[in-house]
Write a protein that binds this ligand. Structure first.
Ligand code: NDP
Length: 449
């Protein structure tokens, strides 16, 4: 879809000139700006207040050196980042990604998406993201600890429970959050909810670990329900085998579906009898091993080398839960040809623009990441509430709140799409609903950033 509005076009052109070396960021911005055209047309005050120029520029970007000592005594150096994108509706909130592919483009795309996702949760949280090109794979526990401590030593100056509250993401699980939390506490002498995804005895929330995967299935269920369908008896393919994938597998199975495939960056497992999420947990969380070892636990499981092949498996529902741009147009067309009826994004931006267009053209129900995977950050915000109140809610209490939030996110996206004449287009609906709340807050606060 080509952008026609002069203001939207000029903002995008300007960004493309300034940030030509940031393809992921530009991809995320273009998708959002495209769907905001009808809002910009209907509300001229947004242009006057420079809302698009402001919302596409982070309020603050912090970049720093992270030096740490490996087990052989050698000093290693990584790059650390925190992108504090938008605080119009609350403290910056977003995960920390530890992966060798991390760079400013990826973190800006994630931080930008986070603004709208956080707004959709209806909770008071702004958008941010951070990380490092450190690769936790193959590192000892002590190396991970030394890295996390060094990373937090600098980050401490920029975060806080009312300023910026980071969380986990790819490569950052409970272990890494624990090391970072310990260092923050030591440096500040404060026990506060500065990070979410904490272990339960240190103020973590029950159901946070499960939240993104569960939330994804709650959202998908709403999408299916409106189309008169359900998870019952459906074949589901899930990419990845990390945090999001594991609990999406559990919830989809509980809702009556059969998950037939999961993957990691090396290859995928197909099991016609259905994937057991407990085995995934054992392999990934306990043994920290590769998904190919799943065949040691199930006689019917087959392993195939290469991760993109997972999209050639015929299924009713596809839940990409691994990484950005993992479904390209070609894979999307194969999924459509094989009869997929719903795709919902557990990972951030896992479908390329060509893939989204192919799904929408074929009438496949499509749940975009910023709505479908918002359950994780929503539950992080619930963790912040519990920390502030010095309370801890039961698993069922949190799960019930999460369920309510996901139903509400679906409703907001669906209604916003209808309001602007794009019924059924949840990509546009989620962008518009998330944007309007933040834009209104920015207008109300004057030109503060
Ligand atoms: P994890 O690190 O727990 O797991 C990531 C999984 O994806 C691993 O199994 C990894 O395999 C696999 N993977 C990475 N690249 C590929 C690839 N190209 N093809 C197939 N598999 C691949 O991360 P999370 O589960 O936490 O995050 C997954 C996605 O969900 C990310 O996009 C993240 O931003 C998003 N997300 C996560 C939230 C959360 O609460 N955790 C919240 C909202 C979004 P390997 O071990 O080989 O690298």
């Amino acid at each position: 879809m080509a952008i026609k509005n002069k203001y939207v076009k000029s903002v995008l052109a300007d960004l493309k000139t300034r940030y030509k070396d940031q393809p992921e960021f530009l991809q995320a911005v273009e998708e959002v700006l495209e769907s905001l055209e009808p809002v910009i047309k209907a509300r001229p005050e947004l242009e006057k207040a420079g809302i698009l120029e402001r919302i596409t520029e982070p309020e603050r970007t912090i970049m720093f050196r992270v030096s740490w000592v490996d087990d052989s005594g050698k000093v290693q150096v990584n790059r650390g980042y925190r992108v504090q994108f938008n605080s119009a509706i609350g403290p910056y909130k977003g995960g920390i990604r530890l992966h060798p592919s991390v760079n400013l483009s990826i973190l800006k795309f994630l931080g930008f998406e986070q603004i709208f996702k956080n707004s959709l949760t209806t909770l008071p949280i702004g958008g941010g993201k951070g990380g490092s090109d450190f690769d936790p794979k193959g590192k000892s526990d002590n190396e991970i600890m030394r890295f996390c401590q060094s990373f937090m030593t600098e980050l401490t100056k920029h975060v806080g429970p009312d300023t910026d509250v980071p969380a986990g993401d790819i490569g950052t699980g409970s272990r890494e959050i624990g090391y970072m939390f310990g260092q923050y506490k030591r440096l500040r002498n404060e026990f506060t909810g500065v990070l979410t995804g904490k272990a339960i005895p240190s103020g973590g929330s029950l159901a946070r670990t499960e939240a993104t995967g569960y939330g994804l299935c709650y959202f998908t269920n709403e999408m299916l329900k409106e189309a008169g369908k359900s998870f019952k008896g459906k074949k589901v393919v899930i990419s990845g085998s990390g945090n999001v994938a594991t609990y999406a597998c559990q919830k989809a199975t509980q809702l009556g579906a059969k998950v037939i495939a999961v993957s990691d960056s090396n290859g995928y497992i197909y099991d016609e009898k259905g994937i057991d999420y407990k085995i995934m947990k054992e392999i990934k969380e306990v043994k920290r091993d590769r998904i190919k070892t799943y065949v040691d636990y199930s006689k019917t499981a087959k392993y195939t080398e290469g991760c993109s092949g997972i999209w050639t498996i015929p299924c009713d529902i596809a839940l990409p839960c691994a990484t950005q741009n993992e479904i390209d147009e070609k894979s999307a067309k194969i999924l459509v040809k094989n009869g997929v009826m719903a795709v919902a994004e557990g990972a951030n931006m896992p479908s390329t623009p060509g893939a989204i267009a192919a799904f929408q053209k074929a009438g496949v129900l499509f749940g975009p990441a910023k709505a479908a995977n918002a359950g994780g950050v929503a539950t992080s915000a619930l963790e912040m509430c519990q920390n502030s109140a010095r309370l801890s809610w039961s698993f069922d209490e949190v799960d019930e709140k999460l369920h309510g939030i996901m139903v509400n996110i679906y409703k907001q996206a669906s209604e916003a799409a209808k309001k602007y004449g794009m019924e059924g287009n949840l990509v546009a609906g989620a962008n518009i609903a998330g944007f309007e709340k933040v834009a209104n807050a920015m207008l109300w606060q004057g030109v503060s950033y």
